[in-house]
Design a protein around this ligand. Sequence first.
Ligand SMILES: C[S@@+](CC[C@H](N)C(=O)[O-])C[C@H]1O[C@@H](n2cnc3c(N)ncnc32)[C@H](O)[C@@H]1O
Length: 312
Amino acid sequence: MGEHISVLLRESIDLLDVRDGGTYLDLTLGRGGHSSEILKRIPHGRLIAFDVDGEAVAESKKRLDAIGSNYVIYRENFADVGEVLLREGIPAVDGILMDLGVSSPQFDEAERGFSYKEEAPLDMRMDRRNPLTAYKVVNGYDLRQLTTIFREYGEESESHQIAKAIVRRRSEKPIETTTELSEIVLGAKSRRARSKKGFPAKQVFQAIRIEVNDELGNLRRALDAIPRLVAPNGVIAVISFHSLEDRLVKSKFRSLTVVEGSRHGPDALPIAAEEAPFANLTKKPIVADATELTENHRAASAKLRAVRRRKE
Ligand SMILES: C[S@@+](CC[C@H](N)C(=O)[O-])C[C@H]1O[C@@H](n2cnc3c(N)ncnc32)[C@H](O)[C@@H]1O
């Protein structure tokens, strides 16, 4: 099984400006790549990590134990980070990292149903406690709901045709597997769309995955919660993997770094950025360099943005 190669590892850890003695929050532990680098730098500090995936938690524990014991992992949704830290009596942290999306082990383990390349039951849950599966979306959502998620979460231009083909097929018998689904998508797409670069069912799979895991809803809730959890001078760094995520991150960071509104009438410029609670550390998002791209194809769509809370 493919190991998870951490994306933009050096760049994100540098931006976080990890200092020994501090408390750092990794909201997407995965296989612990970023968390390990943080833990190595804080023998006298503390790492707090979140992941909803039980396997990610178990595997990363082994990796982190080899470095130190000054960490704690919560198998919790990062959307609930505010409530969890409050419950645990942690008022603020010195830096927060999010590395969104699916990890390579999740993708490569065929039975989890994330991959359109391998035969598996339709699942796609990052958190196996989640009652919503890809099977329930594909066999239970109506034509309008399917069309909407394919269009909005997959940015799929032939969403209606594909949704219709799914509804037609499942009226004969339930759609059970990833390969069945990708074959239906392929059959529904126009010749022009099929000949485009990339696997033709990729966008539909992305859309279903986003729906099953409520990826955008959870990201929105986390982005609303984390600004008040970071201490003065602390950094929030987020790595996103598709335009829908990046749009949410960009817009939240803009609202934290630019105070909109005018002091002198409707045509005046926004109030100076220096008065905003956070400073923008990445005017343009950081992307992977050529060396990283040759080693890790997942890095191709990665964008890293960061903001720092100003001193009070
Ligand atoms: C790309 S991986 C992180 C990889 C990690 N940075 C590393 O270097 O090993 C993203 C992880 O975030 C987790 N995740 C996704 N959405 C989550 C959520 N709402 N709450 C908690 N964890 C989540 C996934 O289960 C996955 O393990």
